[in-house]
Design a protein around this ligand. Structure first.
Ligand SMILES: N[C@@H](CCC(=O)N[C@@H](CS)C(=O)NCC(=O)O)C(=O)O
Length: 211
C-alpha cells in the first residue's frame, strides 16, 4: 500500500491525491512525525517536504517527482501525453504551476490577519497573479482536455483563489479560456471528489487564528 506523508491543508498533497484518485490507487495518509516542519520528520524526509510517498523501500519527496513515478508505475489511465514533444510541453505546464503561479498565491498566506494586513502586498500580488494567469491562458491554448498530471495543481490552486479573492478583495481577472478549461477539468470525478474533500479544509484553515 502506498503511504503519503501529508497534512490536511497541504496544497501539493491535494494535487497528488487527484493523481491517486484518477489512477484508482489505494493509499493511506500519515501525518509527519513530530508535526509540520519538525526535525523528527526531517530525519525521515531530509528536506522536510510534504508530500512524500513511501512505496515499499522507496521514499520520495516532491509532488512532481511522485506524480511522474506513479505515472510510470501505473500508466493507465495515462496522465502524460504519449508523444514526446507534447509530453515535454505537459511538463512545462506542470512546472509553470509549481514555480510561477502558485508561489505568487502563497505569498498571500502570511497576509490574512485583518489587524496586520499589508494592503500594498495585496496589490502587488494581485498584479503578479493576474500576470501569471494571462501567461497561463496563452500557454493553455490548444491543449486537449483529458486530465493530465499538469492539470492537478491548477485545480487546487484555483480553489484557493476562490476563497482568497473575496477574503482579501483581490481584483483578479480570469481569462475566459481559463474559466472554460477549468469547468471541464473540475468535472473529472477525481478532481470533483478531491475538491469536495479539500475545499472545507481551506475554509477551516482560513478561519483558524494564527495566520
Ligand atoms: N515543489 C514542492 C512544494 C511542496 C510544498 O511547498 N510543500 C509544503 C506544504 S504544502 C511544505 O512541504 N512545507 C514544509 C517545508 O517545506 O518544510 C512539491 O511539489 O512537493
Amino acid at each position: 500500500m502506498l503511504t503519503l506523508y501529508t497534512v490536511p491543508i497541504s496544497l501539493y498533497c491535494a494535487k497528488l491525491r487527484i493523481v491517486l484518485r484518477h489512477k484508482r490507487l489505494e493509499w493511506n495518509e500519515q501525518l509527519p512525525p513530530g508535526g509540520y516542519g519538525s526535525n523528527e520528520y526531517k530525519k525521515i524526509v531530509v528536506s522536510g517536504n510534504l508530500p512524500a510517498l513511501v512505496d515499499g523501500s522507496l521514499l520520495i519527496a516532491d509532488s512532481e517527482a511522485i506524480a511522474e513515478y506513479l505515472e510510470e508505475k501505473y500508466p493507465v489511465p495515462a496522465m502524460l501525453p504519449s508523444e514526446l514533444t507534447l509530453r515535454a510541453k505537459a511538463r512545462e505546464l506542470s512546472r509553470f504551476h509549481d514555480t510561477r503561479l502558485e508561489p505568487e498565491i502563497r505569498k498571500l498566506f502570511g497576509n490574512l490577519s485583518q489587524d496586520t494586513r499589508d494592503h500594498q502586498l495585496n496589490k502587488v500580488q494581485t498584479e503578479n497573479i493576474n500576470t501569471r494567469l494571462l501567461q497561463f491562458s496563452k500557454i493553455l491554448e490548444g491543449w486537449p482536455t483529458e486530465l493530465l498530471l499538469a492539470h492537478c495543481g491548477y485545480a487546487i490552486t484555483f480553489a484557493w483563489l476562490d476563497e482568497l479573492i473575496p477574503l482579501l478583495s483581490l481584483s483578479i481577472n480570469w481569462p475566459t479560456n481559463i474559466l472554460s478549461w477549468r469547468k471541464i477539468i473540475q468535472e473529472f470525478p477525481a478532481v470533483a471528489a478531491e475538491l469536495s474533500d479539500y475545499r472545507p479544509k481551506i475554509s477551516e484553515w482560513l478561519v483558524t487564528p494564527g495566520h
